[in-house]
Design a protein around this ligand. Structure first.
Ligand code: HEM
Ligand code: HEM
Length: 165
């Protein structure tokens, strides 16, 4: 249930989860080659030996999914501060970006798991397409954050740094 009055800022927990997930997603992209190489071996029917970077990809991705679900639960229970702008095209763009980011924080691990544990080739293809969409949304999100910080100077970035518990 959404609370009657929206909080004035994000909580310490919401902020911590945001930045932990940023670090986890960064490592998914930085160390992706080990996972791609392992997947190539799987599709060629070759043996795949233990690789800590493959384990990190699977575990890191599973953690992203878990933390995204937790964040959505916190949004529903505690709520989030009202949007910085409302009713503008930019507000809609920010909202759609956030929805897309949440959707991909769920769909990336699900498609990855279907490929890795279920051997579903189409899921691997979906994973590969969505990795580009996720990256594009992250770029858009960061450009938006920097635009608020340096052009509008409206303190949006501080909302993800200083907690209002
Ligand atoms: C937020 C979570 C995740 C992100 C951002 C992510 C991102 C990526 C990226 C960037 C690649 C490299 C593709 C390439 O350029 O070759 C990749 C490949 C792969 N990932 Fe993930 N991944 C995530 C979660 C997972 C999970 C949880 C699993 C498995 C349980 C998984 C399984 C795979 C597989 C099998 C590949 C190889 C696919 C291919 O190369 O065609 N991923 N992932
Ligand atoms: C992997 C990269 C990232 C992902 C997946 C991500 C995801 C998200 C999501 C889903 C929200 C909405 C939170 C909610 O209301 O429930 C959010 C908010 C926010 N993010 Fe990120 N983020 C990422 C990187 C960054 C970076 C690098 C910055 C700073 C440069 C940043 C700054 C912010 C700020 C300031 C907000 C609050 C916006 C507001 O109050 O309306 N994010 N992020």
């Amino acid at each position: 249930m959404r609370p009657e009055t929206a909080p004035t800022g994000y909580s310490r927990l919401q902020i911590a989860l945001h930045w932990i997930v940023v670090a986890l997603i960064a490592q998914q992209y930085l160390f992706k080659d080990a996972m791609s190489a392992a997947w190539d071996r799987v599709t060629e029917g070759l043996e795949v030996g233990f690789d800590p970077l493959v384990l990190a990809h699977v575990a890191g991705g599973a953690l992203v999914l878990t933390l995204a679900v937790w964040r959505l639960a916190l949004r529903a229970r505690r709520g989030v501060p009202p949007a910085v702008e409302s009713g503008t095209g930019q507000a809609l763009l920010a909202r759609l970006t956030h929805v897309g980011l949440y959707a991909l924080m769920i769909l990336m691990p699900v498609s990855g798991a279907l490929a890795w544990f279920g051997g579903v080739e189409a899921a691997a293809q979906g994973h590969n397409v969505m990795k580009i969409v996720l990256l594009a949304l992250i770029v858009l999100h960061v450009v938006g954050a920097l635009y608020h910080q340096f052009i509008l100077r409206d303190g949006t970035l501080a909302r993800m740094r200083r907690a209002q518990d």
